[in-house]
Design a binder for this molecule. Structure first.
Ligand code: ADP
Length: 244
């Protein structure tokens, strides 16, 4: 994997989204620094997934702009944004083997067979699934599947990775193990990462900074220790202090 290209910052301005007459995001601003691991943390329904889908290009905002590395992307389709994604509803193909699942984004980009083989092998190493290329996905454990999804998200060397509750289906032990793996992968590859969770402990463990969301707004954006020590609103204090 190449780490030489610098990961672009993301600058989000005035993003608004309504579903019918219901406002979900109203004029949201957010800056994600180059190579940063930023987490959107908030209760169910606070607009985290909607914001991620807008960033990915799957949902069109009603207003606002998204600048990635100096380029306006708001009207670009998802495949032209060079973003890797691990979404809950962006499932693997269970009847296909690990190799073909991971190679899928390369096929979409018409990568040659030789380069595809080379890249898939490298990324299998990275997520520690060496030797499992021929295994059908429906014969893997939850943690292994999660790593296949991750491998597929990074195989084309995206400079930005979006992850929506990627560990929510795993049991506690495996989840904690994968948190460490994800974090160390991020440290090695340095992609600008936007991560979504409703689990405050997970957010605190993994993030450079956390944006606490409530009802479609960012209540506070800070480093985990600052949020914990100096919550700016009662909502943030309650949400960060709460144990789950
Ligand atoms: P979160 O990820 O924080 O749980 P979401 O972004 O999924 O929040 O949802 C925010 C709000 O937008 C919720 O009230 C949800 O019901 C609504 N919503 C999300 N997607 C749609 C949609 N496609 N159509 C209508 N309402 C939606």
């Amino acid at each position: 994997m190449s780490t030489a290209r610098s990961a672009p910052p993301i600058n989000i301005r005035g993003i608004a989204k309504r579903f019918g007459s219901v406002p979900v995001l109203s004029g949201l601003d957010l800056d994600v620094a180059s190579g940063e691991f930023l987490t959107l943390l908030g209760p169910s329904g606070s607009g985290k997934t909607t914001l991620l889908m807008i960033l990915a290009g799957f949902v069109r905002a009603n207003a606002g702009s998204i600048d990635i590395g100096g380029e306006e992307v708001i009207t670009k389709p998802p495949h032209k944004r060079n973003i890797g994604m691990v979404f809950q509803n962006y499932a693997l193909f269970p009847h296909m083997n690990v190799f073909h699942n991971i190679a899928f984004p390369l096929k979409q980009r018409r990568t040659s067979a030789a380069e595809t083989a080379e890249r898939v092998e490298k990324v299998l190493d990275l997520v520690q699934l060496q030797g499992l290329a021929d295994r059908r996905v429906d014969q893997l454990s939850g943690g292994q599947r999660q790593r296949v999804a991750l491998a597929r998200a990074i195989v084309f060397e995206p400079r930005i990775v979006l992850m929506d509750e990627p560990l929510s289906a795993l049991d506690k032990g495996l989840r904690e193990h994968m948190q460490i793996e994800l974090r160390s992968l991020h440290r090695r590859l340095g992609m600008t990462t936007v991560y979504v969770t409703h689990d405050q402990r997970e957010a605190i463990t993994m993030s450079d900074r956390i944006a606490v969301m409530n009802k479609g707004r960012i209540e506070q954006l800070d480093r985990p220790e600052t949020l914990y020590a100096r919550p700016r609103t009662r909502f943030v204090a309650g949400f960060i202090g709460e144990s789950n």
